[in-house]
Design a protein around this ligand. Structure first.
Ligand SMILES: [Zn+2]
Ligand SMILES: [Zn+2]
Length: 398
């Protein structure tokens, strides 16, 4: 039997167990950086397979599976473990038992799938050269991103892996399909907070006041020209303000207005220069109108670049695993992912696992109270990632 066939057979053999693990995780979700029981459960599972994990980044885990010549090469595989503050409305036997917290982004799927992959690879240790490093990370959903803590605490050191691979569920893609994109894939995401300070007064006497509502309006309109006039039109970028608070009334000019928004980009250089422009323009518009603007920027995840060569190689592995008719191109998205941090350190590739099934009514998007997956995806995801890892470790020779 070839290694590919062995992986497929083990994947079938373990698939019920992986579904059970996914359901356990789904029923017991924990918020970002509070994944204590999740990490405990993952560690227990790994130990039951004969893999000894180490704690990292408080609620993260790292573990290694050594094949033959373990020092020859290291490939890292990553799963995120946190859930979201959403009240689940799915009526399923494995519905969240932690009221108000839900695995609505499929991180239960990523975690259980990587456990399945680990079990498969651990059963095939004699069949590949090198080492597979497993990263179970906390806090993908919340700044500064658990990936940044994993890197800070050495997840990509001693030795540095030659590449890292991550997957994410994708409710727009039918189950059975796997989606790839080379190069530019996901955006950086920064939070922009503006505090526009004027001088409050009677609505009928604007001459005695400095109206922060009008100043804030000019700032919001003005900042849009950074996107339309300064950004490279061939590179997607977005500035959205979704929150304005000015607590005056029909006849009261307030003292200040607070505006909050998100800035997204697909290029780190542009990101830095745009954030600078946002600050300068907001400050100078306010000043020119007799007020003041305090600009506060909370930097989020960087832009995610899928290493083209690595992406081509794992895409080929996917074609071998699920057939080329089931491998599709996916478009860029201005969503953000903290997997991007890894891509700044080592060649990284992030691909999408189809989880949609219209016939079963499974169509809800991630981050909604009705999000769910077709669990048939779990019978593909485990072996697929194992095959990608084995191929990466072997170079071109498998
Ligand atoms: Zn999410
Ligand atoms: Zn996610």
């Amino acid at each position: 039997m070839s290694v590919l066939e062995k992986i497929k057979s083990l994947s079938r053999q373990y698939s019920n167990e992986v579904v059970e693990m996914r359901r356990h995780l789904h029923a017991n979700p924990e918020l970002s950086y509070q994944e204590f029981n999740t990490a405990k459960y993952v560690a227990q599972q790994l130990r039951s397979f004969g893999i000894e994990p180490e704690e990292i980044a408080t609620t993260g885990l790292v573990a290694e599976i050594e094949g033959k010549n373990p020092a020859s090469k290291v490939v890292a595989l990553r799963a995120d473990m946190d859930a979201l503050p959403i009240l689940e409305t799915n009526d399923v036997p494995y519905k969240s038992k932690n009221t108000g917290v839900m695995h609505a982004c499929g991180h239960d799927v990523h975690t259980s799938s990587l456990l399945g992959t680990a079990k498969i690879l651990n059963s095939l240790k004699g069949e590949f050269d090198g080492t597979v490093r497993l990263l179970f990370q906390p806090g993908e959903e919340k700044n500064p991103g658990g990936a940044s803590y994993m890197i800070r605490d050495g997840a990509l050191e001693n030795p540095r892996p030659s590449s890292i691979i991550g997957q994410h569920v994708f409710p727009l893609l039918p189950v059975g399909k796997i989606g790839f994109r080379e190069g530019m894939y996901m955006a950086s995401a920064d939070e922009v907070y503006l505090r526009v300070i004027g001088k409050g007064g009677h609505g009928a006497s604007p001459d005695l006041a400095v109206d922060p509502i009008v100043i804030a309006s000019h700032i919001i309109i003005g900042l849009q020209q950074i996107i339309s006039r300064n950004a490279n039109p061939r590179q997607p970028t977005v500035l959205t303000f979704g929150n304005i608070i000015g607590k005056g009334a029909t006849n009261i000019i307030p003292d200040e207005v607070n505006v909050a928004g998100t800035f997204r980009a697909m290029n780190e250089e542009w990101r830095n220069s745009a954030l600078d422009k946002i600050k300068k323009m907001a400050e100078s518009i306010a000043e020119g109108m007799g007020g003041k603007c305090e600009v506060n920027i909370s930097r989020g995840y960087p832009y995610l670049e899928n290493n083209p060569e690595l992406t081509r190689r794992i895409r080929k592995a996917a074609e071998e695993y699920v057939g080329s008719e089931n491998v599709v191109d996916i478009d860029i998205t201005l969503g953000a992912e903290d997997f991007a941090y890894y891509s700044q350190v080592v060649p990284a590739a992030f691909y999408r696992l189809g989880t949609r099934n219209e016939a079963k009514g499974i169509t809800s998007y991630v981050h909604t109270p009705t999000f769910n997956i077709d669990e048939d995806a779990l019978s593909i995801s485990t072996g697929l990632m194992a095959w990608m890892a084995v191929k990466e470790l072997a170079g071109a020779s498998v």
